[in-house]
Design a binder for this molecule. Structure first.
Ligand SMILES: Nc1nc2c(ncn2[C@@H]2O[C@H](COP(=O)(O)OP(=O)(O)OP(=O)(O)O)[C@@H](O)[C@H]2O)c(=O)[nH]1
Ligand SMILES: [Mg+2]
Length: 361
């Protein structure tokens, strides 16, 4: 899973990137365009269930799910028109699976805002307009090239029609992701890698005193009504202050502020949700491991994530909820207590399933 951190300059993107990656690899300072070259880091997805499972099955090690974050230079108005830096980055964002927008909400007169004042709604419009302008250019070129190839090819003509329809939405400033598309239309759009069709997560960079704001309060503040788009509060500066702290120290630090936890770990989970992803586990003495799959994936599809041949060779699977393995201290007692189910190829895997696949060549 690849997530790109995108927004205006000097809003806390690199600060958040450092907090997520728990180090100081990205330079985060108080001037716009501090970041020039992208910072890339693979982050393990924290999940307490892994450690509990490892103890239950006496596993030797844990292999968590991971997620790649990329922190780029700030995007400014008219970036899509520039020959230079902005344009280059907009093109690169196409490689991402999801876009994490770091919306500046915190007020701090010492931290320069490129528009002179903090106005999250206006800033979101500027960013989304840039993403859509880049998509408009992509679609205009694509329509010309596909129309040339199409002639009397019905499939291609239908594709051109879909591209035209989406182009019209974009020209009216409607995000491609906010409209419903048929599976065929989605397929037509697939190779255009539109930025405005990617899942967005808005990480609202708030000040410490707004850390416990609810999702609804934040939605009102930034005018995001679409419930498909996730909105979460984050205080990048506070998260960055905790990078070097041990677990207990973090707990005490948060206690002092009357906070139980922060949204940082949840941010990755939220991004999983936005992407329609989840994970299941495999657990035995050698290792306990989390495997990323799509929600609604069948058991053979889930097996295919371990090895592509496993999807073909799949016969059946032993499935048990992670909590039952923990409560029963491993597979044997879980079997004795009838917690382990036998599932066949139609089975839709659930988040938190622990699975033992049976194959045959
Ligand atoms: N008060 C306050 N300052 C913050 C917060 N988050 C980041 N900053 C400060 O804002 C400045 C810019 O932060 P960066 O993380 O470098 O911002 P950026 O978005 O990566 O900026 P560019 O790389 O220039 O696009 C730094 O001085 C940070 O310490 C916050 O939550 N509150
Ligand atoms: Mg930066």
């Amino acid at each position: 899973m690849k997530i790109w951190i995108v927004w205006l300059p000097n809003v806390g993107k690199s600060t958040l990137f450092n907090a997520l990656t728990r180090n100081y690899s990205a330079d985060a300072q108080n001037f716009p365009f501090c970041t020039i070259e992208p910072n890339v880091w693979l982050v393990n997805v924290q999940d307490d269930r892994l450690e509990m499972l490892r103890i239950a099955v006496s596993g030797a090690k844990i292999i968590p799910a991971s997620c790649e974050f990329t922190d780029i230079a700030g995007i400014v108005q008219w970036a899509s028109e520039w020959e230079g830096m902005g344009n280059k980055f907009l093109a690169n964002i196409r490689e991402s699976d999801a876009i994490l927008q770091v919306v500046r909400i915190f007020e701090d007169n010492d931290i320069i805002h490129v528009h002179g004042k903090v106005d999250p709604r206006n800033d979101i419009e500027v960013i989304n307009a840039e993403l859509m302008l880049a998509d408009i250019e992509t679609l205009q070129k694509k329509i010309v090239s596909e129309a040339k190839k199409a002639r009397s090819d019905k499939e291609l003509l239908a594709k051109v029609e879909t591209l035209q329809k989406v182009l019209e939405w974009l020209e009216s400033w409607i995000l491609a992701s906010s409209q419903s598309l048929t599976p065929d239309e989605r397929f037509h759009l697939y190779d255009s890698h539109l930025l405005s069709n990617k899942p967005f997560v808005y990480a609202c960079n708030v000040s410490e005193d707004m850390m416990d704001a609810s999702e609804d309060e934040l939605r009102k503040l930034i005018w995001i009504e679409n419930s498909q788009i996730r909105v979460v509060p984050i205080c990048a500066k506070l998260e960055a202050d905790m990078i070097d702290m041990w677990l207990q120290e973090r707990k005490e630090f948060l206690d002092d502020m009357w906070l139980i936890s922060t949204w940082l770990d949840n941010l990755i989970k939220t991004s999983y949700d936005a992407l329609g992803l989840q994970y299941y586990f495999t657990a035995w003495e050698q290792e306990v491991r989390a495997w990323t799959i799509h929600k609604w994936d069948s058991a053979p599809k889930a097996a295919g994530v371990i090895h592509t041949d496993f999807e073909k060779w799949f016969i059946k699977a032993d499935v048990v909820n992670w909590k039952d393995i923990v409560d029963c201290w491993g597979w044997s007692k879980a079997r004795e207590q009838g917690k382990v189910r036998l599932e066949w190829k139609e089975y839709i895997v659930q988040d938190g399933d622990v699975i033992l696949f049976k194959f045959s060549k």
